[in-house]
Design a protein around this ligand. Sequence first.
Ligand code: SF4
Ligand code: SF4
Length: 341
Amino acid sequence: MPAFLARAPAAPRDHAACSGCSLCVLVCPMWRGSHDPRLTPEGLAKGLQSGATVAQLAGAIAACSLCGACDPVCPERIDLSGLIMDLRLRLANAQTPQPAVMAELSARLQQAAGAAAANAVSRSAPVLLPGPDLRGDAALLARVQALLGLTVFDDDGADIALALELGVEIPQQRLHAFLDSLRGHTIVATDGLLLRQLRRWLPGSQRMGLGPALSTRAAVRSNLAPSDLYVIEPRAFHGDYERMVGYYDRLQRETGCSLSLDLQRIAIPASSPGLPQRLGLAAGDDVQAKWILQGRKSARIVIESLADRAAFERVCDLPVVHLAELGEDPEMMKKDRHAFG
Ligand code: SF4
Ligand code: SF4
């Protein structure tokens, strides 16, 4: 079993512990995009310490991309992205009427809560939760399956992941049915936010992101080159920072590729969609992708998350390939077979 599989998270603290050191500001894409101190995790924590209401903090709560980069740098161990997710839920509950996309999602979750479980796979079989982007790319999904030999779960919790993102209440019945279907399986998930929550919801489970699952495969790893810039999916990385930083250090040592890490080894997000961008109410920008490319001389960009492809294609002419597109060697793929068994 890969060494980076799960271990228990440290106990988080809340906004009251913020000392105002500003370390989180350095890594926050909200700050890089706006240079507004109110739109930072420190601004939020200090606002809450001063008694600001959720409505007064709405701008920062909505602008946060939930990338999680602030969590590992905070010396006070405040669960900043968890705090912002809670605030987003409170903000959404106070909103009337809710934006249409949230109301629709709420209805969908309620419907799923009353429906029979969709996943019927024998216990202990390793499973893939592909998420909408990978599910929508049938050819890439087939390659991922061929490389990892996993069963794709019909119910991949995409509605739950979106609810976490938007701050929509998840009915307990829906959540418990989903978690019950995952118990006993090794889980590979593409959605870093869902993975982060699974760490809390299923503390004893074996789980990992798609990037580490693929990059442990010889067929993929042998195709990584020193001239590659390897772009880490930031949410899964920051959600399990202590183990992931060691994993990617080894990957870099063994393949020679560059990693999208900076400022105390934070996985810089390639895009920073806050709530308005997620809801389709505002366009994103490419500040983050440009930052990652600054001063590099890579020949190719290798991505873990399909969501990053567009941002890099907009800001440079380098080829952008998904990790699964590297694993074509049939001999290497044979070697990788049964790795999850
Ligand atoms: S999760 Fe990301 S965008 Fe949100 S406050 Fe932290 S660093 Fe900033
Ligand atoms: S890193 Fe933590 S303690 Fe420092 S300003 Fe940010 S939230 Fe406060």
